[in-house]
Design a protein around this ligand. Structure first.
Ligand SMILES: O=C(O)CCC(=O)C(=O)O
Ligand SMILES: [Fe+2]
Length: 364
């Protein structure tokens, strides 16, 4: 029998406080989404009529060969416009991508009690967190998503504190994708300032990493809910593995000659990884590279998983437009902020498009 939640508070307790998540809600036999998940009209995602992003994925293996310059240009162009692109021959083994998706399903099929061993305050590490939605206590409508977040400090801690179902594969994913992240970042920075940044500065910009596993249960009313509301990622570069279900959208704007703010679906491509530019890189580049506004639709038929690796600056790092580019531009659009402060502000608010960047904007 479907449970009845006498009021919104008992639902909130069941999903958020007791750690049942959206998965627990669906497993309890629900046939329609509770009020608390219903998005206002303007945030709902219509599947019908949306176009797909049909630019072919960038072949990273061609960086080592006669097409080097062409591939660099493709990466730069994507970072300057959409802030989103897909890559193949990225150096992350294809079998690993399959194992990652399997292990995400394994983790989320555990009982709530087992997953709650990673809830904040219970988890053996503050870097490992099981949760639901984004910041539930700040959101009017909750997001239709559960997640496990695994912050990286060192291999030993990862193997000790990350969940058994996914620790080995996640660590391997983080390591093999990091090489590509560095390569892409170096290309983007060199294009911007004409030279390579010193090692210590690069390290500051990519010094913190985290692997997340997102789980979006099949939803009885996908037209009323969102998996993730519109947002940009706060870090430098995000690498994302999505399964074959689809539902990830990126917003077009004036940089794409599209003033209407149309949303394009990023279609799943077997073996490809999605790359997106985060707020940090928009700030460092003084606005030249665009952090991408994106969101996720829910689906009625099957559950979906996605597995991002986020690369951030170290929390103590001061980020602001690179001096070299400010000199060239003669104007600075962002102020210097300590990355920990940027993060605190990011997590203090529900998802709301690219408003996260306002925190770092220079006063006029
Ligand atoms: O599930 C996806 O495709 C994207 C998830 C996402 O945007 C995020 O975790 O920041
Ligand atoms: Fe995101």
């Amino acid at each position: 029998m479907a449970p009845s939640f006498s009021n919104s508070d008992s639902l909130y307790d069941f999903v958020v406080k007791d750690g049942n998540g959206v998965k627990g809600l669906m497993d309890s036999g629900l046939s329609e989404v509770p009020e608390r998940y219903i998005q206002p009209e303007e945030e709902r995602i219509r599947k019908v009529g949306t176009r797909r992003h049909n630019v072919p994925p960038i072949d990273l293996s061609k960086l080592k060969g006669p097409d080097h310059k062409k591939v660099v240009d493709e990466i730069v162009r994507a970072a300057e416009t959409l802030g989103f692109f897909q890559v193949v021959n990225h150096g992350v083994p294809l079998e690993l991508l399959e194992s990652l998706k399997d292990s995400a399903h394994k983790f989320f099929s555990l009982s709530a009690e087992e997953k709650c061993l990673f809830s904040p305050g219970v988890s053996p590490s503050t870097k490992v967190k099981y949760g639901t939605s984004f910041v539930p206590d700040k959101e009017k409508a909750l997001e239709w998503k559960d997640y496990i977040s695994m912050g990286y400090t060192n291999d030993e801690d990862a193997l000790q504190y990350w969940p058994n179902q996914c620790k080995e594969v996640s660590l391997e994913y983080l390591k093999s994708s990091s090489k590509m992240v560095r390569e892409i970042l170096e290309i983007l920075i060199e294009n911007l300032i004409g030279v390579k940044l010193e090692e210590s500065r690069i390290e500051g910009i990519i010094g913190m990493k985290m692997v997340n596993m997102n789980y979006y249960p099949a939803c009885p009313n996908p037209e009323l809910t969102v998996g993730v509301g519109r947002h940009s990622d706060m870090g430098t570069i995000t690498v994302l593995l999505q399964d074959g279900i689809g539902g990830l959208y990126v917003k077009l704007d004036e940089y794409n000659n599209n003033d209407d703010g149309e949303w394009l679906e990023i279609p799943p491509i077997p073996g490809a990884l999605v790359i997106n530019i985060g707020d940090t890189l928009q700030i460092l580049s003084n606005g030249k590279y665009k952090s991408a506004e994106h969101r996720v639709r829910t689906t009625s038929s099957e559950s979906r998983v996605s597995i991002p690796v986020f690369t951030f600056p170290k929390p103590t790092e001061k980020i602001g437009p690179l001096e070299e580019i400010v000199k060239k531009d003669g104007v600075t659009y962002y102020r210097q902020v300590v990355f920990q402060d940027y993060m605190n502000n990011f997590f203090a608010n529900a998802h709301h498009g690219k408003n996260s960047l306002d925190f770092a904007k220079s006063s006029p």
